[in-house]
Design a protein around this ligand. Structure first.
Ligand code: TYD
Ligand code: MG
Length: 455
């Protein structure tokens, strides 16, 4: 019998597969990312497994109207910020991916959550990276209830599924997906094909048994999840735990959520007693000293479904370099260059011979264009070395023609600012609320020049 070739070439970045090796992946255009994957008996074994679980899915054909619309009961995690990011709690039968850099606190967050959940629900924690002793020690140190949560150290997906099948936990955590492997797949744990096959078997198990599956995923050096595209379409909800190592704040953000709003932001603080949720994040990111210095401005950004007040700092200084520096922390670098050009052309302020540094305080990442106006004003404030009033908030998008464009949810942003004691706001003219907001003077601006005059 002639044996056919049983290998494929899979891109380590996006998971596209090819029959022949090539230098560049035609899907994601990355170079040198294809690696050989021996398929072996994977397809055969896979078929058997695919029909292996009890409680098969309902495959009858119906119209949408015939499908019962029972509100899916959500399981509250007991942590408000986590529930918020999830869109209101855990949905049975859903698969959630929690990603983050090593040391971000993924294991801590999940251990805390599971210990609390195990009080009322059956839960199984599969640890592939730490020993059960290590996990138990951490749970004791954090004073978590330890008598209910079941834990297992295992890296074989088949075994995990078999045991979960017997135990039927409501919630199953697998820490982490990168160390899991399937016997049928012959490549090393952590490779794209292992991650893909392992995750798809676990997700299938979750869907068919109504288990909440939480997978922990590591982030590669460039900040993406290992094999990201591979996992993205399989899971229902993708959360990222982020935070710089020098700050004890951690933000949990949802990048994809089939059951709630995306880009929802939950804020935690890492303490010696584990992760503590921060109920009023605006207050944290706003801790300013007695005196407001030049270059500092407070902006209102929109995170998922709520406003967040964050301080933005700029430092403009004489440059000794031919190519002055443009450094951003927590903001898009290209956006800064663009806004400095707008400031020059339409505001008449040239900082071409200056180094410009901007920083979002507290390690938050701002992805929104509503930070544009605040950025321009903070640069001007630092450049002129004149501090802005401490009770001023700013938001608005700046266009290339120097116009100030409205942003979504203007009224809610202003209300949040008023709640925190701000009394003046520079906002796009179209964002001025119809009814005045108590205690808030709104200064509408249409162009960059008007905003500079308003200072
Ligand atoms: P961990 O949950 O192990 O991170 P991950 O699973 O994402 O890799 O978190 C480890 C880090 O958190 C470690 O650097 C120590 C810190 N930490 C605390 O500061 N306080 C605590 O109570 C705990 C449990 C961890
Ligand atoms: Mg861990």
């Amino acid at each position: 019998m002639v044996t056919k070739t049983k290998s494929a070439y899979v891109c380590n970045d996006c998971g596209a597969d090819y029959r022949k090796w090539q230098g560049q992946c035609s899907e994601c255009n990355a170079w040198n990312t294809l690696s050989e994957v021996r398929l072996g008996s994977a397809t055969r074994g896979g078929k058997v497994l695919r029909s292996g679980f009890a409680g098969a899915v309902d495959s009858s054909v119906k119209t949408l109207a015939e499908i019962a619309l029972d509100e899916i009961p959500r399981i509250n995690t007991g942590t408000g910020e986590l529930d918020l990011v999830l869109g209101g709690g855990l949905v049975p039968g859903s698969a959630i991916l929690v990603g983050g850099e090593p040391g971000a606190g993924k294991s801590t967050l999940l251990l805390q959550t599971l210990c609390k959940l195990a009080e009322n629900h059956t839960a199984l924690y599969v640890t592939g990276e730490e020993s059960p002793q290590q996990v138990a020690m951490r749970a004791h140190r954090l004073d978590l209830p330890t008598n209910k949560l079941e834990i297992m150290a295992e890296t074989s997906v088949e075994t995990v599924c078999a045991i979960a099948e017997q135990k039927r936990p409501k919630i199953l955590v697998v820490d982490s997906i990168q160390v899991m492997h399937m016997e049928e797949v012959s490549s090393a744990p952590g490779s794209v094909s292992q991650v893909r096959e392992s995750a798809s078997m676990l997700v299938r198990f979750a869907k068919q048994t109504g288990t909440v599956l939480i997978l922990v995923g590591h982030v590669t050096k460039d900040g993406s999840l290992a094999g990201p595209k591979v996992l993205e379409h399989m899971i229902d909800c993708s959360l990222m735990l982020e935070g710089s190592s020098d700050s004890h704040f951690r933000t949990l953000r949802s990048n994809k959520n089939r059951f709630g709003a995306v880009n929802e932001l939950g804020v935690f603080a890492m303490t010696d007693k584990g992760l503590k949720e921060v109920a009023n994040p605006s207050a944290i990111f706003l801790q300013r000293g007695e005196e407001v210095s030049s270059g500092s401005v407070v902006m209102v950004v929109w995170e998922g479904t709520r406003p967040l007040l964050v301080e933005l700092q700029a430092l403009v200084d004489d440059s000794h370099l031919g190519n002055p520096r443009r450094v951003t922390v927590g903001l898009d670098h290209n956006r800064l260059s663009m806004l400095l050009a707008v400031l020059h052309r339409h505001g008449g302020i040239a900082v071409g011979d200056q180094d410009v540094f901007v920083n979002v305080v507290g390690g938050v990442k701002v992805l929104e264009t509503s930070a544009d106006l605040a950025l321009i004003l903070s640069v001007v404030s630092s450049f002129r070395d004149s501090a802005l009033p401490e009770d001023l908030v700013v938001f608005g998008e700046v266009g290339l023609a120097g116009e100030i464009r409205p942003v979504a949810n203007g009224q809610e942003r202003l209300r949040e600012a008023a709640k925190h004691g701000f009394t003046r706001a520079i906002v796009p003219a179209a964002n001025v609320p119809k009814l005045p907001i108590k205690g808030m003077t709104v200064i509408p601006v249409r162009r960059v020049t008007e905003a500079l005059e308003a200072l």
